[in-house]
Structures are given as structure tokens and as C-alpha cells.
Design a protein around this ligand. Structure first.
Ligand code: HEM
Ligand code: HEM
Length: 194
């Protein structure tokens, strides 16, 4: 990926916050229990913050970031063809390029974002039930189970996503440096939408 194919500064900042908060949140979710009410309270507050960021991300994708939504959810011809081309390339040992382009990496990122959306929406639902004093209801129980299921999908995504980013970095594609550069970009670097 070259500098001309960098993610926009706004998307990089949003991703930075999501990456840090979700990583912390997954650790809290896996360590909290009945005897750790403070951890559960942190889980609720951080979770609501993440839910707001996820909502912002979707609004951004629908209203702002040109073409990026079709990359993440490739229903259309062009984007779908790019996914199949990447898969065909992989079978011949060619690693798909990253960055804001349609293709297999973008599809996997889209699925990760969908998993996070499900976890955040279900967590928010549980929070509302707690506020309504319905946390011991059958509905809360079911939401908790589905929340845990998608949290595990997200954990699998997290592991694969970070591993692939590190492998890309190791082969010299500076994906991590580019995604986590929080300024407006180096001179000459253009983005999808600054
Ligand atoms: C579970 C938390 C995370 C989620 C939901 C997430 C989601 C995403 C999404 C949706 C994209 C594509 C952006 C777009 O096309 O709109 C992306 C790209 C990226 N993420 Fe994450 N991310 C997470 C955590 C992380 C972490 C912890 C790292 C640290 C290595 C990381 C590294 C990257 C990199 C390097 C890219 C750019 C890949 C490329 O150039 O194709 N992410 N992430
Ligand atoms: C939005 C980001 C969130 C993430 C990434 C997340 C992640 C997790 C994880 C990893 C677990 C442990 C799953 C397991 O051990 O099987 C968990 C459990 C749980 N989370 Fe969240 N969570 C989020 C938001 C929330 C919110 C806002 C609430 C509101 C109350 C919440 C309530 C719960 C509850 C009640 C459990 C225990 C579920 C059970 O064991 O049945 N979560 N979460």
C-alpha cells in the first residue's frame, strides 16, 4: 500500500479510539465476575462509549466516507469482483493489498464491524434492562447469552485482525504505522476524504 492509498485522518482517529477501547473492554469482559461490581460498572460505561463510537462510524460510512461502505459490505458488482480477485490471487500465493480499497481485507473488516455492532447493540439493550430493573428477566438472560456469543466472534476477529496486521508489517507493508498515524498525514499523502 502506498501513501496515496491512506485512510482518511477522521477514520484513523475513530479506529484508534475503537481499537483501544474494544481491546480494554474485551479484557474487562473476560475478567469480570459477580464479585467484581466495579469492573462490571466500567464494562457498562466503556461499552456505552463504544456503542456511541460505532454509531458514529456507521453514520460516517453512510454519509461521509466516499465508497468505503461498499468496500466493507461488497454487495455490488465492482466490489464483489475485487473480493473474488483477491481470493483467486491468494490461491496463487499473492497477499491482498490493504488500505481503503474493495477486496477481501475490506470484507473481513466489514464482518468485524458487524460483530462489534451486534455486541454494542446487545450490551446497550442489557443496560436499558438494568435501568428498568429487569436485569433478572428472561429477556436479559437471552440478550446476555447472545452478547457473549458475538463477543467471542469479536475476540476471534481481534486475534486474526491483529495477527494479519503484524504479519503485513513484518513483510514491509506499513499498515500499522499508516492506520495509527493520528496527524493529518505526511506531505504528499492524499486520503479518501480529508
Ligand atoms: C476489535 C477492535 C477493532 C475493530 C472493530 C477494528 C476494525 C477495523 C476496520 C473496520 C478497519 C477498516 C477501516 C475501514 O475500511 O473503514 C480496520 C483497519 C485496520 N485495523 Fe483495525 N480494528 C480493531 C482493532 C485493531 C487493533 C488492536 C489493531 C492493531 C494492530 C488494528 C489494526 C488495523 C490496521 C493496521 C488496519 C488497516 C488495514 C489495511 O490497511 O487494510 N485494528 N480495523
Ligand atoms: C460495546 C462493547 C462491549 C464489548 C466488546 C463487550 C464484551 C464482553 C465480553 C468479552 C464478555 C464476556 C463474554 C463471556 O465471558 O462469555 C461480556 C459479558 C457481558 N457484558 Fe459486555 N461488552 C460490551 C458492552 C456491554 C454493555 C454496554 C453492557 C451493559 C450492561 C454489557 C453487559 C455484559 C454482561 C451482562 C455480560 C455477562 C453476560 C453473561 O455472562 O451472560 N456489555 N461482554
Amino acid at each position: 500500500m502506498n501513501d496515496a492509498a491512506a485512510f482518511s485522518p477522521a477514520l484513523r482517529r475513530l479506529h484508534f479510539l475503537v481499537a483501544i477501547l474494544v481491546t480494554v473492554q474485551l479484557v474487562i469482559g473476560l475478567t469480570m465476575g459477580h464479585d467484581t461490581p466495579n469492573l462490571f460498572l466500567s464494562h457498562q460505561l466503556i461499552g456505552l462509549g463504544i456503542a456511541a463510537l460505532v454509531l458514529l462510524h456507521w453514520l460516517w460510512l453512510f454519509a461521509g466516507e466516499r465508497g468505503q461502505l461498499a468496500h466493507l459490505l461488497p454487495f455490488g458488482g465492482e466490489a464483489r469482483r475485487a473480493v473474488f480477485a483477491d481470493i483467486a490471487g491468494l490461491t496463487r500465493g499473492r497477499v491482498p493489498e490493504g488500505g481503503p480499497r474493495a477486496g477481501l481485507p475490506a470484507l473481513v473488516h466489514g464482518l468485524g464491524l458487524l460483530a462489534l455492532t451486534a455486541v454494542a447493540a446487545l450490551g446497550t439493550g442489557i443496560y436499558v434492562l438494568i435501568r428498568l430493573h429487569l436485569s433478572r428477566s428472561e429477556l436479559a438472560e437471552t440478550l446476555g447469552d447472545v452478547h457473549s456469543f458475538f463477543a467471542w466472534v469479536l475476540i476471534v476477529y481481534w486475534c486474526g485482525h491483529v495477527l494479519l496486521a503484524v504479519l503485513h508489517e513484518a513483510r514491509g507493508d506499513r499498515v500499522i504505522g499508516r492506520m495509527f498515524r493520528l496527524g493529518s498525514g505526511s506531505p504528499g499523502a492524499s486520503s479518501v476524504r480529508d
